[in-house]
Design a binder for this molecule. Structure first.
Ligand code: G1P
Length: 278
């Protein structure tokens, strides 16, 4: 088998999850379960399906349960060994057998761009994917990351997943504009972080799936703080976009905004009805 082109996936997991307080007071928002599986596990499974085996997770104080989740729990495993309950651990065991996890901590909370830069030490000089675990993606066929890797194989440049959002919600997203080079694929010429509806260049929003070329790290280093006085990945990507090196991809599937309570509830209902198997 030829070696995978994108081997590592970065998970920025250093946010506070304030919209879910008090649930997230001592529990990382990435560990909130949709039905019986924590959000970050869905993201890791999507990355594994795209043949990425290096899971690079940027955490912060109070997020240790993420590390524990992807590690052996000897006592528990010993207790349920040989019982029918063992089947509940099948998926997580497969992940632990196939993936290698590495962690680093973000010391200051200076935005998504800064969190991605913090992960440089885990990624090195190679193209990589980024998953924001609170954007939960579902598709009946290939996962969104797999779809994006297919495109990367051909275009070899940064790619962001996009979807249309209502105009009055552009201030929640990075918003792009550009030229459609084939159905659903846009060569990005402009991108703005969380613009007001009247200032948005379109209603095409970036969702939490990216493939980034490694020169992005140097660009982030030179990117001044933007929206909310934070270093924004959207601003760094604009530098690449101006050189014609960023694509926006209207992915196939559905995305749930699990960073909000309504989106999270919608995902829970959907996954219980359509995905969950007892
Ligand atoms: C981040 C990005 C934004 C993107 C969004 C997708 O914002 O900064 O460009 O559209 O994720 O979920 P956040 O939701 O972390 O504020």
């Amino acid at each position: 088998m030829s070696e995978a082109l994108i081997k590592k996936c970065l998970f920025p997991a250093a946010g506070y999850g304030t919209r879910f307080l008090p649930a997230t007071k001592s529990m990382p928002k990435e560990m909130l379960p949709v039905v019986n599986k924590p959000l970050i596990q869905y993201g890791v499974e999507e990355a594994l399906d795209a043949v990425m085996t290096g899971m690079a997770i940027v955490t912060v104080r109070g997020k240790r349960s993420i590390e524990d989740h992807f590690y052996i729990n000897y006592e528990l495993e010993d207790q349920i060994a040989g019982s029918d309950k063992e089947s509940y651990l099948k998926e997580i065991r497969r992940i632990m057998n196939q993936a290698v996890f590495s962690y680093t901590r973000q010391i200051e909370m200076k935005g998504l761009g800064h969190a991605i830069l913090t992960g440089e030490t885990l990624i090195g000089d190679q193209p990589f994917a980024v998953v924001l675990a609170d954007d939960l993606c579902y598709s009946t066929d290939k996962g969104v990351l797999s779809q994006m890797v297919e495109l990367y194989k051909y275009y070899r440049c940064s790619i962001v997943a996009i979807e249309e959002v209502p105009r009055n919600e552009t201030n929640k997203y990075g918003v792009i504009a550009g030229d459609e080079i084939s159905p659903g694929l846009i060569r990005i010429t402009n991108m703005v972080e969380k613009p007001k509806p009247e200032e948005a260049p379109s209603n095409l929003a970036i969702i939490g799936r990216y493939i980034l070329t490694p020169d992005i790290f140097d660009i982030i280093r030179q990117t001044p703080p933007g929206r909310n006085n934070e270093v924004q990945i959207t601003d760094a990507l604009l530098v690449q976009a101006k050189q014609g090196r960023v694509l926006g991809y209207k992915f196939k599937g559905r995305r749930f905004d699990c960073g909000s309570v309504p989106g999270f509830m919608e995902a829970t209902r959907f996954f219980f009805d359509n995905v969950y198997q007892d």
